[in-house]
Structure formats: C-alpha cells, structure tokens
Design a protein around this ligand. Sequence first.
Ligand code: A2P
Length: 385
Amino acid sequence: MSTHDDVIVQHLIDPELCIRCNTCEETCPSNAISNDLRNYVVDVDICNGCQACVSPCPTGAINSWRPVLRQSAYTREQQFAWSALPEAPSDPALDAVPPGRGRGDGSVVVENRFTPARPALARVVENRCVTPRADAAVHHIVLDVSNDDFPFLEGQSVGVLARGVDAQGARHAMRLYSVACSRDGEEGVAGRLALTVKRVIENRGGEEARGICSNYLCDLTPGDAVELAGPYGADFLMPDDTTAPLIMICTGTGVAPMRAMLDRSRALPAPRAPQQLFYGGRTPQEMAYFDALQAAYGATCDIGFALSRQAGESKRYVQDLLRERHDVLAQLLARENTHVYLCGLRGMEAGVFEALAQVCERHGLNWQALEAAMTQQRRLHVETY
Ligand code: A2P
C-alpha cells in the first residue's frame, strides 16, 4: 500500500476534447507540453502545475487532473497513444485526493457532460442570417437541447459535430461555438440554445474552400438533428455579483458571448452595474446583430461600434474606440470588482492591451498592476482565436 506522499495530481490533456489548436504548447512557460501531430501531452517531469495553460484552452481539455502514484505517472509515450483518458487507476491511496481541479472558488459549473463519443442530440428550431450582406453571412441558429438536458452558461462553448467524414474516412473534427444566449434560454425559453455562426468561404489560390462545420450549421433547417458535446469552459463566465461592472470588447463573432451576457443581465430582476460593449467589425452590413443589439440591450448597456472598412471613413479598430472612451473606461477600470471580457481575433489582443495601458496611464492608473490583480482575481477573461 502506498503512502499519501507517493501520490501526485498529474496534469493531463483529454484527447477527446482537445481540438489541437496548439494554444497550450504556445502558452506553457516551462515547455512541458509537446505534440506528435496527433496528441498534445504534458511531461510530468517538467510540468510545475502553474496552470498558465488552463484558461487559454478553448475546450477545457487541458483542465484534466488525475491523482496517480508518483512511480506510475503517465509517460509522454503513453499519452501519445491515447484516444481518450484512461480509467482512473484504483488504489486506496488515491481515494483521499480529489479527482479534479478547476475554478478553485468552490462553485459548481457543469462542463464536459457530453463528449464527441457520447454527444447530446439537439434539434434546430430556427436558422436565420443576421447580416444584411449575404456574402458575409453570419447566422443565428437556435437549437432545442432540452431532450438531453444539455446545460449551458453565458461564456461557455459547445462542440458541434458536423455530419460526415473527411477524406481519410475519419469523422470531421469537432468545432467550438460560444453560447450566444442567456442560460435561461433564447427568448427566455428554457432549453433553447443560440449560436452565432459565420459561414466560412475562403478563396485559396483561386479555389473556393468552405468551412465544413460552419457551412453544415448554416445549411441546417428547422427540425434537423445536431450532435453536440460540452458544455466547455469555466473561465469566461459572468460574475454572480450584480454590482460588478462589465467591460466587453469583441470583434466579429466574438460578439456571441457578449450577447449572451447582455441577455442574462437584461433578465435580472434588479438592474446590473454599468455595462460597456465595444464591438469591432468591417461594416454594419457584415456585423451580426448590428441593429438588434441596440434595440434589445441599448437600455441596459452602452454599446459602441468600431468599423474598419466603412466607405468614406478611416479605419477604426476596437482599440481606437477604447482610447476614445477613455473617461468612462478609466472610471470602470478603477473599480475593484469590474470584469473585462475580450473575445474575437487573437490579433487584437496586443492592440487592446496597449490601449488599456494608455487609458490607464492617462488617468493615473497602473495597467500592469491592474492586469496582474485582475488576472489573479479572475476578473480578466480572454478568449481569442
Ligand atoms: P480589418 O478590416 O482590418 O480586417 P471579421 O471577423 O468580420 O473579419 O471582423 C473582424 C474585425 O476585426 C474586422 O473589422 C477587422 O478589421 C478587425 N481587426 C483585424 N485585425 C485587428 C487587430 N489587430 N486589432 C483589432 N481589430 C482587428
């Protein structure tokens, strides 16, 4: 029998949830993560459990922890061979160790209830284009997920499993989409989940290349069945504290989780603390919910748009809008319970953080210290791709 000292909580990556986006390998400060083009794995001899990789992971695959006997820790080679996490080893010494780690604040968030191997079955209720320009189509898709009791929160994502197989005969890879409505359901109907999906059609060297999952979703009609995995993620959630101001910054379909949060806030019995939305896109014709946002949430949120390709106007990015609205932004950043959400293009991160630093400097705040405190207090939420 082993003593408790022989037990470690080994950091693993769930191959069933991992979408091989490489974010963890890029993020890990100690180079403990590697891949063999099939699986991403954590080297138990190098990983120091700092968890820097946990919140950037879009699926939560990285947030897998197993108590194991030190001498039987899974090697990299073993992990490379996995298609799923193995059954937890049975040893009485392991019983005292909790099987998972995660948010650390004691709250319970349902994650990973359904997997690609055991998906939930949803039905399409509605599928409509929410951008006036057809060649930049973004669809608002409402699914009925009540049959399989698929729970979701604003800020979580769901995995969509497109029908069909790829050229090698393997099932298409799962794709993640942010929940775009309140946990109470689209239009307040329980069990109705909304997604915001951009139909991806690219020109690759003169050839038209269509995104498999986005086109699958945008072509669905009411009544169609869709397989879902998840829900995923616990790092982009709304604070329970309704006095906490929300600063939401997004580009493109990064607006989806912001819509979900606005939807949730609007339904609260008492008004929520100030909410600011900074939304960047090309033109109003190419931006999902452009008019609908103001109509639905304008009373509870201050909404600003930054247009990058509007004819006759100079290019504006969301970070330009942040600089323009420095007064209100600084006031909110100075409050000790403000949450900042950033969702959309990964490329905007640097510009947005630079703008926040400039706003802080202008108002006598120290962004570096603020960013560190917000990160530590889980008030800074970043989901970029
Ligand atoms: P651009 O016109 O330069 O492409 P979409 O998803 O519809 O493409 O919208 C993304 C929006 O984000 C566009 O307005 C795009 O502008 C803008 N964008 C591109 N790069 C950055 C960046 N580095 N920082 C902020 N916004 C960006």
